[in-house]
Design a binder for this molecule. Structure first.
Ligand code: FE
Length: 451
């Protein structure tokens, strides 16, 4: 049996690996339009700041493919699929490449918001960052045009990580975010505020609630951006990191059912027989992902399906994101803001540890004692416990220990101050704070046995 995989990112590569683990004999052929074997995109911003080299990014070198008997075709963009004859083509004149099973792991492309002139100046002052080539182009532009001021449109994970590395090049760096807080998909308002302070303390400017309207230029050279409220911000380089969208063109043209992504069922089968899809490009249950854990999970399932087993079904992946900036520990898992979704009440419970002095924010979301999500900022001690127990029923005492939330009882009147239910930790209350019975803080004992 011959399996053809289009795409050599996380999803394509790990699908190939999982298939090989299950079957030593099938022939596996990977096609990538890029010029590099599988590399990690996580560190692309560091390529711009020259903190890593291309070889640092390569996860599997060419020997890995040889050892696993996987044929790797680089610089080989598949341009057409003929599902009727089970063939793919590199271009209009090329010989057909036959497949028995085809896996689409075409990934995603950077989303470019409708900003006037953004497309006109793309790769000439306006860039997105998705590949090694993009990073090299940005770096070359910075050097050759003697760039001093950079705007990053998009205050999501990738935008922030990119901003940090731009700042590391000693450039004037400004993040412009459409939403009124940073990381709108990962944080609630309170934590977004804390993060903004941290980012600004690194010397990065942050402008929130700002819709970019136009890329400004003079004599075909970009000079900055115009925000909808009329503000102009000067820049020599504009980087757009405004999310990703599934790459579906090839599938659409082949008549495979697509919506935002390539539509798959729980076995990652597309609407076309013998064609499967995996990774950022898919849409399952009206959802798309675009995170590495989802790719890894799906790669296992698709491997099993293409080999005819159909013993594993996909149920979706709980989002888990960690900001990768040195000096900031931030992880967001699952459902972190039930208030956003009108879910408060009905068994939902929120435990919070807001330690403003040490700039820590821990928020745990429970439903009927089941752990549904968390935001962990300013420390990663609790991350393994939360990751391990997500969607499980948990012991509240154990949880409170992990996230350091205590109950304090007044020895005079038995009033209980619960760290988890107040916006200020007991230890953070001013020294002259008084219990409602007028007792001072010193009358309180921490975590007495019988409450
Ligand atoms: Fe009291």
């Amino acid at each position: 049996m011959k399996i053809v995989i289009i795409g050599n990112g996380v999803a394509g590569t790990f699908s190939a690996q999982n298939i090989r683990n299950l079957d030593k004999d099938v022939s596996i052929h990977l096609y990538s339009k890029e010029n590099y074997p599988y590399y990690t995109r996580i560190k692309l911003p560091q390529l711009i700041s020259e903190q890593v080299t291309i070889s640092d990014l390569i996860v599997f070198n060419k020997n890995w493919y040889v050892k696993n008997n996987i044929e790797l075709n680089l610089n080989s963009e598949i341009k057409k699929i003929d599902t009727l004859h089970k063939q793919v083509f590199l271009n209009n004149n090329s010989l057909p490449i036959h497949y028995d099973k085809l896996i689409l792991a075409t990934g995603s492309l950077p989303n470019i918001p409708p900003i006037k002139n953004a497309k006109k100046f793309l790769r000439n002052g306006v860039f997105t960052l998705r590949s090694i080539q993009d990073a090299l182009d940005i770096k070359n532009f910075i050097v050759s045009k003697k760039v001093q001021r950079v705007i990053i449109i998009g205050g999501g994970l990738l935008g922030l990580e990119l901003a940090k590395q731009i700042k590391n090049r000693d450039l004037d760096t400004t993040i412009v975010e459409f939403f009124p807080r940073l990381l709108p998909k990962q944080l609630d308002f309170d934590c977004g505020t804390l993060l903004k302070e941290e980012i600004e303390s690194m010397g990065i400017n942050v402008i929130l609630d700002a819709a970019t309207e136009e890329i400004l230029s003079e004599q075909e050279v970009i000079t900055g951006i115009l925000i909808k409220n009329g503000t102009k911000i000067d820049a020599d380089l504009v980087l757009i990191q405004a999310g990703i969208r599934p790459t579906i063109d090839l599938a659409v043209e082949a008549g495979i059912k697509c919506n935002r992504g390539i539509i798959v069922n729980q076995y990652l089968e597309t609407s076309m027989k013998n064609v499967f899809a995996v990774g950022d490009c898919i849409e399952y249950n009206e959802q798309t992902w675009g995170i590495i854990p989802a790719c890894m999970e799906q790669a296992k399932i698709v491997a099993s399906t293409v080999l005819g087993k159909r013993d594993k079904a996909y149920k979706g992946t709980i989002p888990k994101n960690t900001l990768k900036i040195i000096g900031i520990d931030l992880t967001s898992i699952g459902l972190f803001d039930p208030s956003d979704k009108d879910l408060v009440g009905a068994g939902w419970e929120i435990l919070k540890n807001i330690d403003k002095k040490s700039k820590c924010y821990k928020k745990i979301v429970l439903k009927n004692k089941k752990l549904k999500g968390a935001i962990l900022f300013g420390g990663k001690k609790a991350v393994p416990y939360i990751s391990k127990n997500i969607e499980s029923e948990i012991n509240e005492d154990e949880l409170r220990k992990v996230v350091e939330l205590f109950k304090w009882r007044c020895k005079n009147c038995n009033y209980v101050y619960d760290d988890a239910k107040n916006d200020i930790l007991f230890k953070e209350l001013p020294d002259d704070w008084k219990c409602k019975c007028d007792s001072p803080k010193t009358m309180f004992e921490r975590n007495p046995d019988n409450i």
